[in-house]
Design a protein around this ligand. Structure first.
Ligand SMILES: NC(=O)c1ccc[n+]([C@@H]2O[C@H](COP(=O)([O-])OP(=O)(O)OC[C@H]3O[C@@H](n4cnc5c(N)ncnc54)[C@H](OP(=O)(O)O)[C@@H]3O)[C@@H](O)[C@H]2O)c1
Length: 263
């Protein structure tokens, strides 16, 4: 990153929790500094994106290797900064290094498209592809096997309705909504609660039924059997026009093209 960061008087410091000693001070970034750093990252991204996943994986593995080589130095820093016992700090450096090594080695295969076993031949599940990516994919060898695009979609993230959803309908590519209840964050929205109460349903059921109503598959995640049963109920919930209108008012559809959001 080539951003020039200017130092200011800093209230941010590392304080040794054992002795109370002020070990190091860090510069506070001004809004301009942050803006320059973001611009630099944005300029660098296309080059990074264009590199092969094998290349990027090798770099991530190297980071893991360097971390292990500098284990004592990093463990010492960790202990100094957060007061962890030195053995725990060493174990944490090992863990972080193992994670980098794992993703460096396996990242490329984890990022590959996943062929789905279907009787008609090969079908691909792809994820987070916007219209431009989908269009490009269909020009690549085997790209026409793309059968499902898994993207972020829920009441509070309706950007795909502007272009991606119509494009997929036209191309007969199924859309699958991940984080369909916005990881639980939309469940407290009063308008959603009001619609749910009027229908004798729960907010999660209404949010999921709304996704299904758009012809989109929903994959809510839950570790709770009660929530799984509740979410299953969305399949049988019909949303009348008044409910759909109330939801549109509380969660308006996009007024123009919106970059594909991701979580
Ligand atoms: N392709 C991608 O880039 C991508 C990105 C993100 C996620 N995903 C996939 O999408 C799936 C779901 O996404 P997500 O986990 O991000 O978000 P989500 O399904 O919208 O929300 C999951 C959260 O909501 C809670 N929840 C589920 N049902 C509930 C209910 N009826 N009432 C109250 N809380 C409820 C769960 O807690 P409890 O366990 O307590 O129920 C969990 O904390 C995941 O399986 C993930 O693999 C894909």
């Amino acid at each position: 990153m080539d951003a020039h960061v200017t130092a200011h008087e800093s209230p941010i410091a590392t304080v040794n929790p054992y002795t109370g000693e002020r070990v190091r001070e860090f510069p506070v970034l001004s809004a301009e500094d942050v803006g320059r750093a973001i611009d630099a990252a944005h300029r660098g991204f296309p080059n990074w994106r264009a590199r092969s996943t094998a290349d990027r994986g090798a770099l991530v593995q190297r980071a893991g290797r360097l971390m292990r080589e500098r284990k004592e130095e990093l463990a010492h820093l960790l202990t100094l900064e957060v007061g962890k016992l030195i053995d725990s700090s060493r174990a944490e450096v090992d863990l972080a290094s193992d994670i980098l090594t794992y993703y460096g080695e396996h990242g490329p295969e984890l990022l590959e498209e996943q062929p789905l076993p279907v009787p008609e031949g090969t079908a691909l599940l792809v994820s987070n592809l916007d219209v431009a990516d989908m269009t490009e994919l269909t020009t690549l060898p085997g790209g026409d096997a793309a059968a499902v695009d898994q993207v972020l979609y829920n009441l509070s993230r309706r950007g795909i309705e502007w272009d991606l959803l119509p494009w997929c309908r036209e191309a007969e590519v199924a859309v699958m909504a991940y984080s369909p209840i916005e990881q639980g964050r939309i469940l407290e929205v009063e308008a959603l609660g009001a619609v749910a109460r009027a229908l004798g349903a729960t907010p999660a059921q209404v949010a999921l039924a709304w996704v299904l109503e758009q012809g989109v598959a929903a994959i809510p995640r839950s570790g709770s059997p009660d929530h799984v049963r509740e979410n299953r109920g969305a399949v049988d919930l019909h949303l009348p026009t008044e409910a759909l209108d109330a939801l549109d008012e509380a969660f308006p559809p996009p007024g123009g093209p919106t970059p594909l959001e991701m979580l």
